[in-house]
Structure formats: C-alpha cells, structure tokens
Design a protein around this ligand. Structure first.
Ligand SMILES: [Zn+2]
Ligand SMILES: [Zn+2]
Length: 316
C-alpha cells in the first residue's frame, strides 16, 4: 500500500515515514526561542532592522494537527546563526540567474502563467529569472501510474538528475516546472516538489493545484511552491518558528494555510546571504499582488508598509 505522505520532501535527510496518527508531540518554540533564533539585531542599520523585528502580524507556528508536517517529522530547528554557519549558498558572480525549466507539455492556460510566475520569482529573490525552452519529452525518466489517481507520475530523482546536467554557466539554480504528478520514491504517494540544494536543482508540479480557472488560488499555490523550493536551494530549512512560507507541509490544506511571506527569521536569512533591497522588494511585491488580484496578500503588504514606515521615496 502506498504511504499517504504528500508533503515537501525537500530535505532528503528526513525519513519518508507516513503516519495516520501523530508520531510524537513536536516541541513548538517559545517566544524566547523565536527571539534567540532571530539573533541580535543591534548593529544593523535602522532601515534594515525594522524588517526583522518580531511584531504583531507574524503568527507563531500553529500547533500541528495529527496529519500535519510537524506531527510526523522530527524537524530540526534552523536559527539565523545556524543558517549562516551552515555553508548556505549565496548568489555570487557569475552564478546569479535563476532558471525555470518547463518539463513536459505546457498547454494553455498554464503556459500563460509562466511569465507571471517568472516575474514573481524575480521580485521575491531580487535576481534575474529566465524561463528556458520546454523539454517536452524528457528521456530516461522513470514513471508509473499512481493507483489512487490512475494518473501518470514521474520520479523526482530522475528529473533532478536531468536538471543537473547542462547547467548554464551563470545559473545559481535550475528549477523544473511540470504539469505531470511526481513521486520521490516507490513508497510515497506523491510530492508537490523536491529540491537538491547541493546541486542547485529543484522540481515542482502544478498537477495537484486544481483548476487554473480559479486563477487566484491556482496562482497562489504555484507561487508558494516555487519560492519555497528555491528557498531550500540556498540553504533555508523548514521554519518551525512562525506561520511562514518555509513551513514544511504534509497536505494541501496545510499548504494553503501557509502564507506567501517569510517570517522575520527567514527574511533575515534571505537578506543575510542575498543582500536584497528590502524596501524595493516590499513595494514590488505589493504591486505584483495588487495587479494579480491577490487581495489578502496585497492588503497585508499595505498594512506592513504602514507599520514599517515605508515612504514612497524608498520605492526605487
Ligand atoms: Zn520544503
Ligand atoms: Zn520562517
């Protein structure tokens, strides 16, 4: 019988064990743990420090339900200091481009979404993002028919191998996108995505994201998994401190409850290695959410801009 675990298996150190009941009670961090994980902010310029201060809109990680990620995975913690010590990957010349590689057929309306997804990644990481020509019929990829859905699935490890070959010289990472469902191991039912940070490659599938006719929900799921997987590619582990983009998720409802935003600790990790212009990133994200009718996210950005005291003079 296939295991029912369906979450992100991005960190391959975790055993692919699936449980119908909680395996254990995860010791959720306390407020003091969150402050310690963020680290000292003294010494940072005030214009940066304000983005990392723990405040009202960031919700501590919810107590996991019996089928949620933290009920079944002994997730290690990754503080900002541990992230910095871990040999995380930084964008360094000439390897500064994020490549998105469509794999398999990408008919409309999916193809239409690609420029939007590309733009979002460019804003999120403040780095150039290039969509490559599709590999319509990839060779040497193991596949199977999932007995639950009767749909074709590709083996992620073969796709990650494929992506590792012919990496462009200026690639920071290469992320595959596909409409075909994925499995990481014969014992697993499926995964949304999987990354190999050591090789700078990742793959994620749109296959389980519902109808693209519901554009906002579908787009939100695509944006969430793309940025989550890419976050792993420069060494960010799963976040256990706040409700955060980098939370591990075990099923679609848990994933849908995960915000598109990084918590202060994970945003500090992004900034600590990539040195992004945080004010510019904020305004560009707000504009993106507004243009794409992602109303809750757009409202959240407006509220944050006020709390941060961001003025329009900081937009560019
Ligand atoms: Zn993950
Ligand atoms: Zn976080």
């Amino acid at each position: 019988m296939l295991r029912i675990l369906v979450g992100c298996s991005c960190l391959a150190t975790f055993p692919a064990s699936a449980q119908d009941t909680p395996a254990f009670t995860y010791p959720l961090p306390t407020a003091e743990d969150r402050i310690a994980a963020l680290g000292m902010l003294e010494g940072l310029p005030a214009t940066e420090r304000r983005f990392f201060e723990i405040s009202e809109p960031f919700q501590p990680k919810f107590t996991p339900g019996p089928h949620d990620w933290l009920a079944t995975h002994p997730e290690p913690t990754q503080s900002y200091a541990r992230f910095i010590q871990s040999g995380r990957k930084s964008f360094r010349e000439p390897r500064v481009v994020i490549y998105l590689q469509p794999i398999g057929a990408m008919p409309e309306p999916f193809a239409k979404l690609l420029p939007t997804v590309r733009k979002y990644a460019e804003i999120y990481f403040q780095k150039p993002v290039v969509v490559q020509d599709p590999i319509v019929a990839p060779a040497g990829i193991a596949s199977r028919i999932n007995p639950s859905t009767s749909e074709k699935q590709w083996l992620t490890t073969d796709i990650l191998e494929l992506l590792s070959r012919e990496m462009p010289k200026d690639a920071f990472c290469r992320v595959g996108l596909t409409l075909t469902d994925l499995y990481p191991d014969p014992d697993w039912n499926f995964v949304f995505g999987q990354a190999r940070p050591d090789r700078g490659v990742g793959i994620y599938s749109f296959a389980r994201y519902g109808s693209p006719d519901n554009r906002a929900d579908f787009l939100r799921r695509c944006l969430r998994v793309l940025t989550h997987e890419t976050g792993h590619l420069f060494g960010m582990g799963h976040c256990v401190y706040f409700q955060c983009l980098m939370n591990g998720t075990n099923h679609q409802a848990e994933s849908d409850a995960t915000p598109l935003f990084l918590c202060p600790i994970c945003l500090r990790k992004l900034h600590g290695t990539q040195h992004v212009d945080l004010a510019r990133r904020h305004f560009e994200l707000a504009e993106f959410f507004s243009k794409n009718d992602l109303s809750p996210e757009s409202g959240w950005m407006t509220m944050r801009a006020k709390a941060l005291g961001l003025g329009s003079s900081e937009t560019r």
